[in-house]
Design a protein around this ligand. Structure first.
Ligand SMILES: NC(=O)c1ccc[n+]([C@@H]2O[C@H](COP(=O)([O-])OP(=O)(O)OC[C@H]3O[C@@H](n4cnc5c(N)ncnc54)[C@H](O)[C@@H]3O)[C@@H](O)[C@H]2O)c1
Ligand SMILES: [Zn+2]
Length: 344
């Protein structure tokens, strides 16, 4: 584990120790409305004199306007280049707060205290930072790693259950593409009963390893998009039709359909594909995708920024624990997968 990521029972003490080793000129804490209420109180007394910046919660706020308000708050506080921003929140706040920090006066240090399961196992690792722009997700951003990431599973206690389950889709993804024995372990229990002390470090270590091999996503890092080629399109499609689902709920649907594609193409056995269909459906149920939406979902998939030219590229599983990337899939194959999902 690199020394800037730690797992801790006491994130406040971790912060105190970290700040004591640095000579920051000022400290600001960034929260959203929910993490201010549920997470900041656990840290408040252990952080030396600081200001708190609180922004609205949710993906809708991950935009230039909120970023401006963060830059403005730092400017109003006369924050200089030797200050540090401590970000207490989920993936939205980590991505946006990190982006604000690394662009403010050409860059100040930032610390991530991820408070959702998704941010603990996924977004706080790998250095991708940014905001949404117009209707494009994560359209403006940079790569940069935090000075410290402190992961405390205790924050998950206040997380709404549906958010917890959504983050679990990324855990499933990590196990399915990297580790058959961990997959066998987690699938014995429901998403609610997982041993987070074990599952979260497992996911973090796996993501760190992949990111170290391919920081800029030219090759192997692409396998982290498993379930996301179809999943993202499903998420956008439902959002366009006022039926917002959580990211992980769409990824769960994507995992099922992409496992089906891999099986149809003869690279994933029916035995392994069936395991995925069964467990993922038990945990997540199914999202409702009417047949007349297939064309729109395909159009959305063609816009995926990971495609090349006019071809849809996808990660396909070779077995539990192994995946290959940049596999071309045809429109008919996608339609077949959607139809399978509806009927499953
Ligand atoms: N940088 C990356 O590599 C990467 C990877 C995956 C996802 N992401 C990004 O992550 C974002 C999604 O992150 P998320 O799922 O954490 O969403 P989020 O940050 O919006 O958090 C979900 C909700 O839970 C609330 N919340 C957070 N922690 C809480 C707690 N401990 N108790 C109670 N409520 C709490 C938040 O206020 C919010 O309402 C997306 O914007 C996505 O683009 C980034
Ligand atoms: Zn995801």
């Amino acid at each position: 584990m690199p020394d800037n990521i730690c797992f801790t029972e006491d994130p406040g003490r971790e912060l105190t120790n970290f700040l004591a080793t640095k000579k920051y000129s000022a400290v600001a804490v960034l929260t959203d409305e929910n993490t201010r209420k549920h997470c900041y109180p656990l840290l408040e007394n252990q952080i030396p004199a600081h200001t708190v910046i609180t922004v609205p919660a949710g993906e809708e706020a991950k935009n230039l306007q909120t970023a401006s308000s963060i830059w403005k708050a730092l400017t109003d506080q006369k924050f200089d280049r030797h200050g540090v921003l401590i970000i207490v929140g989920g993936g939205v706040l980590g991505d946006m707060g990190g982006f604000c920090a690394v662009t403010y006066k050409r860059g100040i240090d930032f610390v991530l205290i991820p408070t959702t399961l998704l941010s603990q196992v996924d977004s706080s690792v790998g250095g991708k930072l940014g905001i949404d722009f117009e209707n494009y997700k994560n359209h403006i951003g940079v790569f940069q790693t935090p000075a410290l990431t402190a992961i405390h599973t205790g924050f998950l206690k206040s997380l709404p259950e549906r958010e917890l389950r959504s983050g679990f889709a990324e855990v499933l993804k990590h196990c399915i593409i990297s580790d058959a024995s961990m997959w066998n372990e987690i699938r014995r229990k429901s998403w609610k009963d997982q041993n987070w002390e074990k599952v979260i470090p497992h996911s973090v270590n796996f993501k760190l390893k992949i990111v170290a091999e391919d920081p800029r996503e030219n090759g192997v890092r692409k396998i982290l998009n498993t379930g996301h080629t179809i999943g993202h399109a499903v998420e956008s499609y439902l959002l366009n039709h006022d039926r917002k689902v959580l990211h992980g709920e769409a990824v769960a649907a994507g995992l099922i359909m992409e496992a089906y594609l891999a099986n149809q193409k003869g690279i994933l056995t029916s035995h392994d594909a069936d395991q995925i269909f069964k467990y993922v459906t038990e945990q997540f149920g199914k999202v409702d995708l009417p047949e007349n939406g297939d064309a729109e979902i395909l159009t959305l998939m063609l816009q995926d920024k990971k495609n090349k030219g006019n071809k849809i590229l996808c990660v396909l599983l070779e077995g539990i624990g192994r995946a290959r990337w940049d596999c071309e899939i045809s429109n008919d194959e996608v339609k077949g997968a959607l139809s399978f999902y509806r009927g499953y």
